[in-house]
Write a protein that binds this ligand. Sequence first.
Ligand SMILES: C[S@@+](CC[C@H](N)C(=O)[O-])C[C@H]1O[C@@H](n2cnc3c(N)ncnc32)[C@H](O)[C@@H]1O
Length: 363
Amino acid sequence: VGRVRVFVVVAPGLERVAADELRSLGVRGRMPSTRGGIEVEFTTRQLYLVHRWSRIATRVLVRVESGPARTFDEIESLVATIAWDAYLRDGGVDGGGVAVHVASQASRLYHEGAIAERVLRVMARPADPDGQRVYVRVDRNRATISIDASGASLHHRTWRTVTHAAPLRPTLAAAMLRIAGYDGTRPVVDPMTGSGTIAIEAASIALALPHDRDFAFQRWPSFETGTWASVTASDPSAPERTSARVFAADRDEGTVAAARVHAAAAGVGELVSIESAPLTRQRWPEQRALVVCNPPYGRRIGERHELSDLYAALGNRVAASGHELCLLAADDRLVRATGLELVEQFATTNGGIGVRCWATPPR
Ligand SMILES: C[S@@+](CC[C@H](N)C(=O)[O-])C[C@H]1O[C@@H](n2cnc3c(N)ncnc32)[C@H](O)[C@@H]1O
């Protein structure tokens, strides 16, 4: 079985939880991570399967070549050894155009535009910003050349149509759910749902919904239609009846309307109920549930005082209900205002803001 070396791009901070997700998808072996990605080997089948099922990865790059790159001549001969015909069509519908992304550091070749030009010339393909992405990373005079297998970023979800001020990245919502041990079988409460990201991600897990979209590798000449067909044919069937329910709420009516549109578009409308109510008046399930929450961060001056009441109210409701909590917050003092014992799980960013994920310790 052919294996490919890949770099799975993830949001910095999510490497461990993403590696755990890869293992759950059947990927084995060492998974050394650097900030923002995991190096791993995939079979072709795993490459396809991970695209269909990973909720945490941002994109997957196939490593095609690496070698010394002290001069333009060296980088050109490296590019010339690659069998591009496996990845790029000649002409045809998409014109075979390529978008070359170069990043160089601590190297003699530092002019990224000039590197991109040379690479394109050797590849003999037209430049196309929307074409197949090729990544050239030059680090300490060595180049690594990768080809993007994903196309549009995997954090893109087709259901998101209504603009919302500060939506959570779905990949981050998925990371929170995984770190909290959610497997789709128990009730989830998202009491500050905004555009609905956490609730929809949870329901998609409960209903075993794959990413239903096209990926860049499907346009490669080396695409194995049989392997892809066997991946999609072995999709787990959605549970016939699931006791899992997802309770979402927000005090903002406009946002609740958007979340309902999104849940319907995602095909999870039946599992998710969305209430328009402030935290203190929401009806939460009686059964033991997982509360997954992305409250306002309180970055503006004067906001923290007001928000510490909200975080305290959240802590009180969680303590009174006996539910578990997984919380994303930007300010540790607000986390302490919950009065709950919480354990830090990971640190990352969302919308340019540094955030940490906290969860109830295992009982
Ligand atoms: C950071 S946003 C959540 C974003 C959401 N995760 C998403 O992906 O769109 C915080 C949300 O908390 C809501 N909120 C603030 N105070 C609330 C309260 N007392 N009760 C319920 N919701 C509240 C806001 O209306 C806002 O939608």
